[in-house]
Design a protein around this ligand. Structure first.
Ligand SMILES: Nc1ncnc2c1ncn2[C@@H]1O[C@H](COP(=O)(O)OP(=O)(O)O)[C@@H](O)[C@H]1O
Ligand SMILES: [Mg+2]
Length: 313
């Protein structure tokens, strides 16, 4: 059997008769990578993660964690795994220190280890100054950071996270993402679902795109981003946008779509190499526009995501 941290082999889940939520999913996660499991709502992300954590039985296929089949040996497979699947409930009258102490005891960790490890994980999730405050007082984002801390308590090698920022306010989201970025720097192998493309681009090293239960693409975030030959260019000009000039711009080689934001700003969906892109700038200036800025707005992966999801419909 392979020893890659996470291996999915033709993993399939039917709910009842006839509805296939996860459809013949196969993928291998390499040690130390941070995979974003990206897909729209209803794509099958939670179902997959619940099969990985043995919260749901598989219909067919296999999920292996550290080489151990989750269905046949859940205890063995999940021993080296930390997970945050559903928003966990904590006892509001306990503090983070007490909560971790209690969870450590349940997991059979020696007291001294729990104490040392609690300090480390609370630091990692930036909750040290709250370690002796009752959780009942915490915001959702803070509770989610405690959830991450408990997942890391027993020093797992694999971390499974189902939409760790969902339901958080913008500030909570930013704070949890900061913690995820810290995790990425460490040795963990992380598999994290998200329906937010920008989050996966910001946090993950690889992305596995899923839609209607099927794997659509799986590659490094940077490869996926460059694979798509269309990019979005943001142009700001010191003059007013003119209709005749925009008509001409539409005719230029590689210009797929123009989106005028306001009098001084427009976006171009452009397909072409760097030479062509440099020429495009000259052409825009040739239209009589004085260009203030001309930049890629970094949403290439969005085009891929949208086109993959469209083509699977
Ligand atoms: N317990 C269930 N019974 C029947 N259908 C379900 C159940 N749970 C989820 N589904 C359906 O399975 C599909 C995948 O759901 P889910 O795995 O929750 O997707 P995601 O987490 O990507 O939003 C959806 O169409 C959802 O409605
Ligand atoms: Mg879900």
């Amino acid at each position: 059997m392979t020893q890659e941290p996470i291996v999915l082999q033709n993993l399939t889940k039917d709910y009842g008769k006839g509805f296939r939520a996860v459809d013949d999913l196969s993928l291998t996660v390499m040690p130390g990578s941070f995979v974003g499991f990206l897909g729209p709502n209803g794509a099958g992300k939670t179902t997959t993660i619940k099969m990985l954590t043995n919260l749901l039985t598989v219909t067919s296929g296999h999920a292996y964690l550290n080489g151990i089949d989750v269905s046949s040996n859940p205890k063995g497979a999940l021993g080296g795994v930390g997970a945050v699947v559903e928003t966990p409930e904590f006892y509001p009258f306990l503090t983070p220190n007490e909560t971790l102490e209690y969870l450590g005891a349940i997991r059979g960790m020696p007291k001294a280890d729990v104490r040392k490890r609690s300090k480390e994980v609370l630091e990692l999730v930036k909750m040290t100054e709250w370690s002796n405050v009752r959780i009942g007082k915490f915001s959702k984002g803070m509770k989610q950071r405690i959830a991450l801390a408990q997942a890391l308590l027993h020093e797992p090698t694999i971390v499974l996270l189902d939409e760790p920022t969902s339901g958080l306010d913008p500030r909570g989201m930013v704070e949890v993402r900061e913690v995820l970025k810290e995790l990425k720097k460490l040795h963990y192998t992380v598999f994290m679902s998200s329906h937010l493309l920008n989050e996966v681009q910001e946090v993950c090293s690889e992305a596995a795109l899923i839609d209607h239960g099927k794997l659509m693409a799986y590659d490094s975030v940077s490869n996926l981003s460059t694979k798509i030959d269309s990019k979005k260019l943001e142009v700001r000009i010191a003059d007013q946008v003119r209709g005749d000039a925009m008509d001409k711009l539409r005719e230029f080689q590689g210009v797929r779509l123009l989106n005028i934001v306001n009098e001084q700003q427009f976006f171009i969906d452009f397909s072409g190499d760097e030479q062509a892109q440099a020429d495009l700038l000259l052409k825009i200036q040739g239209l009589g526009y004085r260009v203030v800025s001309f930049k890629e707005s970094g949403v290439a992966l969005e085009n891929l995501y949208m086109s993959l999801i469209k083509s699977s419909r």
